[in-house]
Design a protein around this ligand. Structure first.
Ligand SMILES: [Cu+2]
Length: 171
């Protein structure tokens, strides 16, 4: 009988050779364009949470503001200076409204205007508006940008007695 082991060994050797050739080839290729396609790291991972932006974690004072077609109810709020306030807005009408607060400079369409979120409040929808009332106090206008003649109001901020630099709440 002729042993087949010699043939088998030859075949194995061939296989090994071709394998190593393949390896060398792929290694060379991979060396060429390193980092080209080898890093499919997705940069936009989905942490698109809904809570971004400090949603409702306890303003000092909260108020309800109802919109109609076309009016606000109420049209005046009194808040404390230096307090964080949240307006809970609901549109009981059918038209689109919003709330724009004139901000600390009491001028509309400036950088310090807080605007309702979302900025367009559709009929039967709700929104909110966050603001930190200036410690110095004053009267600050708000309006609906779509109906600036009919839908206006004011936030009266009472001056804060607390020292502006301190966190002490002495009597
Ligand atoms: Cu309006």
């Amino acid at each position: 009988m002729i042993p087949h082991s010699g043939l088998r060994r030859f075949a194995l050797l061939l296989l090994l050779l071709s394998l190593s050739a393949l390896l060398a080839l792929s290694y060379a290729c991979g060396d060429d364009d390193d980092g080209g396609d080898g890093s499919p790291a997705p940069t936009t991972t989905g942490d698109s949470g809904d809570g971004a932006g400090g949603d409702g974690q306890g303003a000092d004072q909260e108020f309800e503001l109802t919109m109609g077609d076309n009016s606000f109810e109420p049209t005046e709020f009194t808040v404390g200076g230096g307090k964080t306030i949240t307006l809970r807005i609901s549109n009981s009408g059918t038209a689109i409204h919003n709330v724009r607060l004139a901000g600390a400079d009491n001028e509309y369409i400036t950088d310090d205007d807080p605007v309702s979120l979302p900025t367009l409040v559709y009929g039967a929808e709700t929104a909110k508006l966050d603001w930190t009332a200036p410690s110095a106090g004053g009267a600050f206008d708000f309006r609906c940008d779509f109906h600036p003649a009919a839908m206006v109001g004011q936030i009266i901020v009472e001056p804060s007695n607390e020292p502006s630099d301190g966190g002490s709440e002495g009597p």
